[in-house]
Design a protein around this ligand. Structure first.
Ligand code: NAD
Length: 241
């Protein structure tokens, strides 16, 4: 039990990477508030996972979550910002401002609002570990998807900023950079796009959400007590090249 007795908020937890993170943290002893915009019962089997529906891009939704936690006298020990979208493949020449703003709102502003809620609640009270899910595309260049790549690059430097800002106050902030992972986000992409990423992945295979959750667990746990501002690539060697 590597996060026994902790309270974790995990965004994007209805499915995919966020769900795997929520399930792993709960299996390792955390009480998890799984957050997502999706409607319907997510069907978690672990009774230590509560589902809370909200939009990570909405300031008032984060305030409602903070109010709920305060009413239940709960603090946050771990925040995993995993919610993300990649609805367009457009590049600089054809991205619409609507798509740009939607992607930045969820992938970048959503991370900011989560970090703001957790740090404002926990600073001066108790240690806090934040893990932001960026992407290999936040670190290296790729073709197209300019808004997605911009948002993921921003998440890396927001992580470093928060890590340095709060390092002496018991808050650790790290980013995890997944490579190509087998989730719905990837399944709906054009197969040739995924094949191109796979061809550049030294291990020659797609990763699993559980492999990302294992990295998140490390960064969220006390095993990473001297790790802050780091980027952990879990990408089959993609960014080693
Ligand atoms: N799958 C990959 O290959 C890959 C690679 C690198 C990074 N990532 C990142 O990992 C994270 C998880 O992606 P995934 O592959 O599991 O995708 P996914 O599409 O399977 O899951 C994303 C989840 O986020 C939720 N979500 C979307 N918008 C939201 C909002 N406004 N508020 C709250 N929840 C919202 C969705 O409902 C969904 O449950 C994302 O940040 C993604 O960018 C994924």
């Amino acid at each position: 039990m590597r996060v026994q007795g902790k309270v974790a908020v995990v965004t994007g937890a209805y499915r995919g990477i966020g769900r795997a993170c929520a399930e792993r943290l709960a299996a390792e002893g955390s009480r998890v508030i799984a957050v997502d915009i999706a409607a319907g019962d997510p069907g978690f089997h672990n009774p230590d996972i509560d589902y809370h529906r909200m939009d990570v891009g909405s300031e008032s939704d984060w305030q409602a979550l903070a109010d709920r936690l305060a009413a239940e006298a709960r603090q946050i020990d771990i925040l995993v910002n995993a919610a993300g979208i990649a609805p367009t493949k457009a590049g600089a020449h054809d991205v619409t401002l609507t798509d740009w703003e939607q992607i930045i709102r969820v992938n970048q502003t959503g991370v900011l609002l989560g970090m703001r809620m957790a740090t404002s609640m926990m600073l001066g009270r108790a240690p806090l570990a934040i893990v932001n899910i960026s992407s290999i595309w936040g670190q290296v260049g790729g073709s197209g998807q300019i808004a997605y790549h911009a948002s993921k690059g921003a998440v890396i430097n927001m992580t470093r900023n928060a890590a340095v800002t709060y390092a002496k106050q018991g808050v650790r902030v790290n980013a995890l950079l997944p490579g190509l992972i087998d989730t719905d986000m990837v399944r709906v992409q054009p197969p040739e796009m995924n094949a191109a990423t796979l061809a550049l992945t030294p291990m020659g295979r797609i990763g699993l959400p559980e492999e990302i959750a294992a990295g998140v667990l490390f960064l969220a746990s006390d095993d990473a007590s001297f790790v802050t501002g780091a980027t952990l690539a879990v990408d089959g060697g993609f960014t080693a090249q």
